[in-house]
Design a binder for this molecule. Structure first.
Ligand SMILES: [Ca+2]
Ligand SMILES: [Ca+2]
Length: 216
């Protein structure tokens, strides 16, 4: 091997190492099975489908949001937040007043990373199935109900007629972040002016939250 080629290979090796993840620390993980709500405001735990989950939430019956605050994070360049999001029962997607739009948001440090709608309706002949915005942001109307879902065969929270079960989404966001603190907020703006049992009609919960601080 000539000297020039060897130097080139060393350079490529060093360069590729620099862009690799050098350290990855799990700074938060919670499956809620031990009822641990430390760092969480508006925390509510319930049993869903054999697992403890953070929820259910519905702004028409409770706070409609939770906030998770972490501090003393190790030095890092990037954060990855992931969790399971359960959309329960009859969300109306981009329908308008009095049933929607059914908006759900994820904010980190006050900045909006997701501002979307979910539709949990069945697309059967003769039934208008309202579109949803997810995986894009509201008011995009190009996604079918349950679009980009991870699972669509889960039971609803309330077995009311037309409740449409539960849809599971895998949420993962990675972004630049260097602060020693981080605040995750999930918020709904559910609209359901005709419902006498709002929480039964539509709600949401999350499980298996994991936050990683990564150094490059
Ligand atoms: Ca759980
Ligand atoms: Ca609704």
């Amino acid at each position: 091997m000539n000297k020039q080629l060897l130097l080139s290979l060393v350079f490529i090796f060093l360069f590729s190492c620099k862009s690799k993840v050098t350290n990855e620390a799990v700074v938060y993980t919670n499956d809620f099975e031990s009822n641990d709500l430390s760092g969480i405001s508006n925390g509510v735990i319930s049993q869903y489908n054999g697992s403890a989950v953070l929820g259910q939430y519905n702004v028409n019956e409770n706070a409609g949001n939770f906030s998770l605050s972490l501090s003393k994070l190790p030095k890092h360049d990037i954060i990855t937040i992931s969790f399971d999001l359960y959309i329960h029962d009859s969300w109306d997607g981009n329908k308008t007043d009095p049933n929607g739009p059914d908006i759900w948001q994820m904010l980190v440090d006050g900045k909006t990373y997701i501002n979307t709608t979910f539709s949990n309706q069945e697309c059967i002949p003769g039934n208008f199935c309202s579109p949803q915005s997810y995986p894009l942001n509201y008011p995009n109307s190009n996604s079918n109900p349950k679009g980009a879902a991870y699972r669509t065969d889960l039971p609803g929270v309330c077995a009311t007629p037309g409740a449409n079960g539960t849809t599971e989404y895998k949420i993962t966001k990675t972004f630049s972040h260097t602060s020693g603190t981080v605040v995750l907020q999930c918020i709904d703006k559910l609209v359901q002016k005709d419902s006498s049992t709002p929480m039964c009609d539509e709600s949401w919960s999350v499980d298996n939250i994991k936050i990683k601080a990564i150094t490059l």
